[in-house]
Design a protein around this ligand. Sequence first.
Ligand code: SF4
Ligand code: SF4
Ligand code: FES
Length: 289
Amino acid sequence: MNADPETPVAVTVDGRDVTIGSGSTILDACRAADIETPTLCWAPNLTPVNTCRVCVVELEGSRTLVPSCSRPVEAGMAVQTDSERVRHSRKMVLELLASGVDLAQADELAGWIDHYDADVERFGPSVERIDEPVRIQDDLYIRDYDKCVLCYKCVEACGDDAQHTYAIAVAGRGFDARISTEFDISLPESACVYCGNCVGVCPTGALQFKTEFDLRVAGEWRPDDQSLTTTVCSYCGVGCNLELHVQDERIVKVTSPEDHSVTSGHLCIKGRFGWQYVHNVEPGDSPRE
Ligand code: SF4
Ligand code: SF4
Ligand code: FES
């Protein structure tokens, strides 16, 4: 094994030569070759957990398809990202996901569902769904587990990859598997510290800022009309960068750049949710008041 992750390694992706550091993944090599690859459970600021398999590629010499997001490159690898086998597998994964989960707000997946011509009705309407009311237990974020694809991103962000709070985990097995607090107690009673890092990484809207949720319910969520302003958090000396999403001259949510050297996209409760003073309203008041 090569100890230096920067040692150049030569591979081919769809016949294109790519030279990339040995610490890279096949997904990195695909991106270096300008080949778009769907991902769902992967994020640049989280450890890959390999739960979704939407990123699979064909690797010469490998009996099975391999997840590009986590498989490290090796010298001489020949990768195919658009073979019949890969297209078939990605399409099937998307169809299976859509059969059990409400993907209406999974914007990135929508493009891939179109791309692979996935039939989201293929497995019929009677498949198992969580199908429970949206959980609204505070003024900061909501949980809508009918939209949860069990990608584990929130678990990673709450645990080893960012917050180290471990307030949520996957409970149950098989069809009963779901994201849960300990003993399914309410969020305010749980170990959650409301950093919102789980909300920041959720790809489907299953975890969602309450401000965004309220605007969506009112039919007023308009991302195309929103501006993004990057600033520095005013609360403490850590110096986190905040991205203020502003619609109609009101902050509607706060994120942080995934590639920022201080935050890696993660924040604490103050930077993430403590912006009401800008509009001189109390937490829980509508941002429109
Ligand atoms: S709540 Fe969101 S981030 Fe967490 S597992 Fe479900 S889809 Fe993934
Ligand atoms: S987000 Fe939290 S840790 Fe970061 S600068 Fe603001 S108060 Fe400090
Ligand atoms: S993105 Fe690679 S397994 Fe989910």
